[in-house]
Design a protein around this ligand. Structure first.
Ligand code: ADP
Ligand code: MG
Length: 296
């Protein structure tokens, strides 16, 4: 993150126009993660095993897999919110810890985590306040980001006066306030109803196209993953491994009609089958139930 990145208006490169660089935004090599037991008699949990993944600038990559397969752990490892047991995590060519210090990330979680006593504007200004930006600059940037998520009219509202979808848009605006290279999102729309979720999907794609930010997005919704992504990374349960990577060759810009395309249905089916295969033939019935437990 540079000063220029903060003060620059949301740029408008189409994803295809985002320049390819030789340094990947995220490079995971042989990443494994074992959680050590905290109570006696409990066993260690092997959450991730042998993860290799490269994410290039401007990509929109979704991580999908059954509950407990390590999606959040992987995202947290990329964001330096958890350490890895083996392997390396490089972000913009440096260790994840350095990338976090350089504020290369914006993060959005399932709950928007807004401060109720602050206005919408003050919530979005928070990261700028923390790094000591002057009030005028904070206000200009907050306005810009709130316009981007179409909440310009709600700057002086309190979070509790907004719907769940609007609150999540405030969280996205806040995550983008410092102009991060990478947006890490962990099931950000998981708590929203289906219609709001579809609207948020469209909105997120528009933001992604306008800002050129690389997005890594955790979901357990197959349609959501296919609709949003340039690539879908399929993971299997315990230990979490990558079992497939599906290139999503749907045209941009995507809109409501994308969901009607034959290719869209083919890709949804492809990811669903991949999830089932990832569960492995030996796990039989349970595997099927688990894979179908994912929204389809
Ligand atoms: P997902 O996001 O795919 O549902 P998680 O990454 O949250 O999965 O968890 C992967 C596995 O690691 C699960 O078995 C979970 O119980 C375990 N796990 C996650 N966080 C911790 C932790 N802090 N301590 C111990 N085990 C954990
Ligand atoms: Mg999770």
């Amino acid at each position: 993150m540079t000063d220029a990145a903060i003060s620059a208006p949301a740029a408008t490169p189409a994803p295809a126009a985002v320049s390819a660089t030789t340094v990947p935004v995220v490079q995971l090599t042989g990443v494994s993660k074992v959680f050590q037991p905290t109570s006696q008699g409990a066993r260690p949990v092997e959450a991730l095993k042998g993860i290799d993944l490269t994410v290039r600038r401007g990509e929109f990559v979704s991580l999908i897999g059954p509950s407990g397969c390590g999606k959040s752990t992987l995202l947290r490892a990329i964001g330096d919110l958890t350490s890895v047991t083996e392997g390396s995590v490089a972000v913009n060519g440096k260790p994840a810890a350095q990338a976090r210090r350089d504020r290369d990330y914006g993060m959005v979680f399932q709950a928007p985590v807004l401060f109720e006593w602050r206005s919408v504007q003050e919530n979005v200004e928070l990261p700028l306040e923390i790094i000591g930006r002057p009030p005028h600059e904070r206000a200009v940037r907050a306005r810009e980001m709130l316009d981007l998520v179409e909440l310009g009219e709600f700057m002086s509202h309190r979070p509790w006066q907004l719907s769940g979808g609007m609150q999540q848009r405030v969280a996205i605006a806040r995550a983008l306030a410092l102009g991060p290279d990478i947006l890490l999102m962990d099931e950000p729309f998981g708590a929203l109803d289906e219609m709001t979720r579809e609207r948020m999907n469209l909105e997120l794609l528009r933001i992604w196209e306008r800002t050129g930010t690389t997005v890594i997005f955790v979901t357990h919704s197959i349609p959501e993953a296919v609709f949003l992504s340039t690539r879908v990374v399929v993971m299997s349960a315990r230990p979490g491994r990558i079992t497939d990577v599906v290139d999503v060759d749907l045209p941009h810009s995507r809109d409501v009609e994308t969901r009607e395309l034959e290719r869209y249905f083919e890709l949804v089916t492809r990811v669903r089958e991949s999830l089932r295969r990832g569960e492995g033939p030996s796990s039989g019935g349970t595997a099927r139930v688990r894979a179908e437990g994912l929204s389809a």
